[in-house]
Design a protein around this ligand. Structure first.
Ligand code: UT7
Length: 327
């Protein structure tokens, strides 16, 4: 007997976005009371002026809940209509249960498919690519895709080359069926030989020992400004969008100098809006792209219906990106 195959939607789209930020603002002056650095060095090397860290009672799960509630409310759907939950996080303390099932429980969802993905700073675009495929294959109708991180808890405060970079936040989108193309082909891949370049696998020798981030910053910088700049170009080309047709560029917020280098590589026109959320958020890994999308829409710098290019890259090393229509 032939197996019955579901019929999916012809197209998928991002319907809405929501965000939540750690409520404690840590500026560079405060950061430099903790590490041997200067605000000027941090600003010039990264573009970070301040970052958000969680305050008492906030966790990667509470941030994910807040961001998801906003995204679902803005989608006009009820929580019962979300049938799939995908979270990208490297900040979840439990191997199991996943953060996705904890989130579904907090939101009161009856029985969604729910799972976490581990693709670090590329995780949001990995999630968007999977949600797009699930909706078009008929295996899901409305997918909640979340990036949520509390990286302040994984910082090695004795390492002045990384401690100032990271922040805490969550961004969520709802992806559902659409009547025209609104999510382009996902360009994704990895450099498995470079798995040691960024790791959260070192353990503090303290009573409540936790792993902390170790990163070879220069190696990641080189990779991002060469191989990933080229992949970014491919995402645009595969979607059939010329640089002149692009409205907004939203790379993972890792370093302003990486963003500038990508801009030179892509030769984007001057009027393309470029995400600079790193100024106030630092690097929030899987959350950085949806946080930047939300900030651009809320501030009016970008508007619904515009064409945006997103690209994430980080630990693995892994990358993913696609052209999207902003919700
Ligand atoms: O999200 C995942 C992906 N991650 C990334 O994309 C991160 C990519 N990498 C970077 O953003 C940059 O490599 C960093 C911001 C991490 C570092 O910037 P850099 O321009 O690559 O600095 P560097 O590591 O080459 O260090 C330059 C100098 C060194 O001194 P010498 O050897 O030239 O005398 C460092 O010791 O700056 C020194 N340095 C600092 N000085 C003041 C390193 N950290 C600091 C500091 N303050 N915090």
């Amino acid at each position: 007997m032939p197996i019955t195959i579901p019929e999916g939607a012809k197209y998928s789209r991002i319907m809405s976005v929501g965000a939540a930020r750690g409520s404690r603002v840590v500026d560079n002056a405060e950061m430099c009371t903790m590490i041997d650095s200067t605000p000027e060095w941090i600003e010039q090397r990264t573009g970070i002026y301040e970052r958000r860290w969680v305050a008492e009672g906030e966790t990667a799960l509470t941030l994910a809940v807040d961001a998801s509630r906003k995204a679902i409310e803005r989608s006009g759907l009820s929580v019962e209509q979300i049938d799939t939950v995908i979270i990208s996080t490297v900040s979840h303390y439990m191997n199991t249960p996943s953060m996705a099932t904890l989130l579904a429980n907090e939101l009161g969802m009856p029985e969604p498919a729910a799972f976490d993905i581990s693709a670090a700073c590329a995780g949001f675009s990995y999630g968007v690519g999977m949600a797009d495929a699930l909706v078009r294959a008929g295996n899901a109708t409305h997918v909640l895709v979340v990036g949520s991180e509390v990286l302040s808890e994984y910082i090695d405060i004795t390492d002045r080359s990384t401690a100032f970079l990271f922040g805490d936040g969550a961004g969520a989108v709802v992806i559902g069926p659409g009547d025209q193309p609104a999510i382009g082909p996902t360009v994704w891949g990895s450099d498995p030989t470079a798995h040691e370049v960024i790791e959260i696998d070192h353990w503090r020798e303290v009573e409540d020992g936790r792993p902390y981030i170790h990163m070879e910053g220069r190696a990641v910088f080189r990779w991002a400004t060469t191989a990933i700049a080229q992949k970014t170009k491919e995402a645009l080309e595969l979607a059939g969008i010329t640089p002149e047709e692009l409205d907004v560029f939203i790379p993972h917020q890792a370093n302003n100098r990486i963003t500038d280098s990508m801009l030179r590589h892509l030769k984007l026109p001057e009027d393309v809006v470029v995400a600079r959320d790193i100024h106030h958020m630092g690097n929030t890994s899987a959350a950085s792209i949806p946080l930047a999308i939300e900030a651009l829409l809320e501030s009016g710098q970008a508007t619904s219906g515009q064409t945006a290019l997103i690209i994430g890259f980080g630990a693995g090393l892994v990358y993913a990106g696609q052209v999207i229509t902003l919700p």
